[in-house]
Design a protein around this ligand. Structure first.
Ligand SMILES: [Zn+2]
Length: 251
């Protein structure tokens, strides 16, 4: 883990924002809490396990509707590459992807809600609330691509000049989603609804190395990306064409 990705707060940001409860995450005062299993969350180390697995207790409801920004990232060509590269190198690449994802998302106060094989689902504006969650998600996406691009050179060097890359594609959409616990035995909360589905679909249209966002996202960040490429996408399960924008980092 890079130094800048290290957790940096002493109290859980989620418990403080949602319940005004000071839950210590680190330092000597956190030790008694750890005895009761309260420790930094795997979704974001500036949150605690209460936030992660006690959604219903924190929010006093099974489900809530929250405006969020949803980011999906996916390693392209993973299945094809795994045959060429072998299990160990693929594991290394995936390890890089996971690390880069968590670092980029945590730095912008989002959570990596889950990894699904070679893909990641990140949520911004819950549990850590932030007015500029759309912008934060976009910066996280660009940071993630940049980090993967830097890793690409390392991995390429390792495999005798073969031109293989992490080739990550990212899709972002924003809107109201339903967040809560699904089922009774699986305790981690997740986000569901049309906004999540559309974020996933548009991610499928991003080429390796691209951040593709919906019109709703682009309207918020357009000033920073005046040269974004407009792309009309036909998405599976969506009966009308969806306008997307490819965002390019301005150096
Ligand atoms: Zn917490």
């Amino acid at each position: 883990m890079n130094d800048s990705a290290k957790p940096n707060v002493l109290l859980c940001k989620g418990c403080w924002q949602h319940m005004k409860m000071p839950i210590p995450l680190r330092g000597p005062i956190s030790i008694p809490f750890r005895v009761f299993g309260i420790r930094p969350s795997q979704m974001n180390p500036n949150l605690c396990t209460i936030c992660e697995t006690n959604f219903t207790r924190v929010k006093r409801r099974k489900q809530i509707v929250v405006p969020t920004t949803i980011l999906f990232a996916d390693v392209r060509g993973y299945t094809g590459l795994s045959e060429t590269l072998g299990a160990e190198k693929m594991a290394n690449m995936l390890h890089c992807f996971y690390d880069n994802c968590t670092k980029a998302v945590w730095e912008k106060d989002g959570i990596v809600n889950k990894f699904i094989g070679d893909a990641a689902l990140a949520i911004f504006n819950f549990p850590i609330m932030q007015d500029d969650h759309v912008q934060q998600a976009v910066w996280a996406a660009l940071d993630l691509l940049k980090a993967c691009d830097e890793q690409k050179e390392q991995v390429t060097a390792e495999i005798d000049g073969e031109n293989l890359s992490l080739g990550v594609g990212i899709g972002i959409h924003t809107g109201e989603v339903s967040i809560g616990e699904l089922g009774s035995s699986y305790k981690e909360f997740t986000a569901i609804g049309p906004v999540v589905n559309l974020a996933s679909r548009i991610q499928g249209q991003a080429e390796p190395g691209e951040v593709l966002v919906t019109e709703d996202v682009y309207q918020v960040v357009a000033d920073s990306f005046p040269h974004a490429e407009k792309r009309v996408c036909d998405l599976k399960g969506v009966d009308h064409p969806v306008t997307g924008y490819v965002l390019v980092r301005q150096e």
